[in-house]
Write a new protein. Structure first.
Length: 100
């Protein structure tokens, strides 16, 4: 009888221990699942930020190219205007020399 009682007590302890282990495993699985969801959310956020940054870099690069082109056009216009002014001064000097 004593042996049977001890065996039953041992079986109950084993059953309780098994239940505790099952609960611990279940809890770990839930935590792991939650962690994986957080990681996926962070990855998506990083991809979005990278995409936004890439679009901003492209926009700024285009703006820089446009500004450089505009500056080159203005430089060329000034060069032509200066060249025309020098030509006009030369022609004016030549005309004055002929009239004198």
């Amino acid at each position: 009888a004593e042996v049977t009682r001890q065996l039953t007590s041992t079986e109950e302890l084993a059953a309780q221990h098994g239940t505790s282990l099952e609960a611990a495993v279940s809890n770990e699985e839930q935590q792991s699942s939650k962690h994986n969801a957080e990681v996926l959310e962070l990855e998506a956020s990083l991809r979005q930020a990278a995409s936004s940054s890439s679009a901003e870099i492209s926009r700024l690069s285009q703006q820089l190219r446009d500004s450089e082109r505009e500056a080159q056009e203005k430089h060329e216009a000034l060069r032509l205007a200066d060249s025309g002014s020098q030509q006009g001064t030369l022609e004016s000097s030549q005309l004055h020399a002929r009239l004198a």
